[in-house]
Design a protein around this ligand. Structure first.
Ligand SMILES: C[S@@+](CC[C@H](N)C(=O)[O-])C[C@H]1O[C@@H](n2cnc3c(N)ncnc32)[C@H](O)[C@@H]1O
Length: 214
């Protein structure tokens, strides 16, 4: 996501800094300090962009604790400002590259991981950067609770076919595979549209969707 650098970025981040998740001195997430002890379910959104999805998800599921991760600070700022404006208590943010996710998020902590419109990185030599590349799928295995699930959607047919292969290759069971999410009455009933999704479906792109579990 390319954008102009945000003016007064660090001041603006300071104004919403209580929206950050809490980490210990070694940069490990502290879920209890972040959310208190009242939450049974934990959801992660990886690559949250400007935050429409995580805000709507947290508002729809007030009993779940939601952490949205984004590596681009200016983009994260927009998501955090959105969450602050709506004052969403069960949503917090983290700013890091998901390459490091297993060093930061606790093992077997996630009931669900959402990967929405992950960057496709179409060149083969960049395939390792895709958030559904085998190295990332192996990391998510360590994060998922027993029975946890990954929800993946993308407009990009190439990335989708690649991901069907990598999920299978890494031993995930894939279900609810759909190549036109918005046309599927059952699957789209609970769908929350992301910024990219609105944009691409308005341009006539079909949305591919799958769920994966171990
Ligand atoms: C194409 S955008 C989609 C944004 C949003 N999920 C949506 O659907 O509107 C992908 C986002 O993932 C973030 N991202 C990509 N790779 C990442 C990584 N390794 N770690 C953290 N964020 C990443 C990018 O910075 C970008 O904001």
């Amino acid at each position: 996501m390319r954008m102009r650098p945000k003016k007064h970025r660090e001041e603006r981040i300071s104004a919403v800094e209580e929206r950050f998740a809490v980490f210990d001195d070694e940069n490990r997430l502290l879920p209890g300090e972040t959310f208190g002890d009242g939450f049974q379910k934990m959801y992660y959104e990886f690559g949250c962009g400007k935050g429409a999805f995580c805000c709507a998800l947290a508002q729809r599921e007030p009993d779940a604790a939601v952490i949205a991760v984004e590596r681009v600070r200016d983009v994260l700022l927009m998501a955090m400002e959105k969450a602050a404006a709506a004052d969403i208590p069960n949503l917090r943010f983290a700013n890091f590259d998901l390459e490091h996710v297993t060093e930061i998020m606790p093992e077997h902590s996630a009931d669900a991981i959402f990967l929405n419109f992950s960057d496709p990185w179409p060149r083969k030599r960049h395939a390792k950067r895709r958030l559904t590349a085998p190295a990332f799928l192996e990391r998510y295995k360590l994060l998922l609770k027993d029975g946890g699930r990954i929800y993946f959607k993308t407009d990009n047919a190439g990335l989708f076919e690649y991901s069907l292969e990598t999920f299978a290759q890494c031993g995930y069971k894939v279900s609810n595979v759909c190549r036109d999410l918005h046309a599927d009455e059952v699957l789209s009933a609970n769908n929350i549209e992301t910024e990219y999704e609105k944009n691409f479906s308005a341009k006539g792109f079909k949305i591919n969707y799958l769920e994966a579990s171990l």
